[in-house]
Design a protein around this ligand. Sequence first.
Ligand SMILES: [Zn+2]
Length: 374
Amino acid sequence: MCLNLKLLTSAEVAKPEVENAMSKKRNLLRRLTERKQEKRKLGSVDKNDYDRTDKEDALVNETRDLNRVESLNINLTDNNLPASIAIIYKSELDYISRCILDSTNIETGGQLFGFWTADKVPVVLYAIGPGPHANHQSAFFNQDVDYLTRVGRPIVEHFGLQHIGEWHSHHQLGLAQPSGHDANTMLSTIRDKHLVQFLLCIGNCTNTSSTLNAFNFSEYSQHYVKAQWCIKEIESPFRKLIDNELAPFLVHPRTIQANIENVYSTESQQNLPPEYKESYWFSIKENRQILKQIMDTLGNCTIQQDRDGYVYLSKVGNNYIDTIFFPDGFPKQPPRIKRRCSDNSVCEINVAWDNSGDLLNDFINFYSLVERYG
Ligand SMILES: [Zn+2]
């Protein structure tokens, strides 16, 4: 009887051209080695005085070219990009939601423990929140290091989980992704400590509900990837085990009931086309394309919708975050800009809005005034 082994991974198969290049290169290297061995046998050359023939030169050049093709193709297929999925057990998502709802106006955070699958997907099996001496500020969070050591060490050493990531909440700052500072810190830490890959989760909340977005980072890529949650709708097998064993040390959230909304998951409603008021400018396809161009021009910004379906952008600057809100009457009405600075002060920026009918240009002119304002 033969065993029908089907691997349930999402690992990508290398593109045929890369495989071709690699097998050609292997052939060439084999032929070069054979030539060298032949020459050595004939005594015409020693190791340090190897006189290449023209034919061998050609082979070496061809190998070099193929090396280039290979690395080019690898860059094109970008096998080094982090995974676009993250797995979490519902109990852990709930736990983090409760932690976030403990601190709806200030940053909070914690660590994530679990494993990585063979195709670089993180599996969150246990999450912890802030320790009693954690430093919560409105624009940053530092974990209580003693707490992390006291709790994290047995999780790794006794329970055999790995420290696979961190989470923190940008509470109501309007930033649903890592800040520029978050991303830079993450990339340099991964490189310095050779972590290979790391998961950073960013939470947001209202006064009554929270969300959590997952971002996968890799040592080999400058780009992080926003990952879709694959939520396992059961309690993590490690939750009760670790809760019981570490009961004297663990600090749990005060909020009893988790309340999670708008999670970007493999089964979420976010994958359905959102609904807009028919009169709203964003309901027109051409306008959506213009907004895409606006986002490309701005760089480093994300799009979100408020509860009423109105669209706003969060643009991360060097030491500020602009929330650019497109009201119901846009483009007759101007976009509204709120700027939150690194000292956490917030101000509205009012500059001239010229609605000439060319939305992209009008916006670029408008935003260059806003930037000058800062
Ligand atoms: Zn952050």
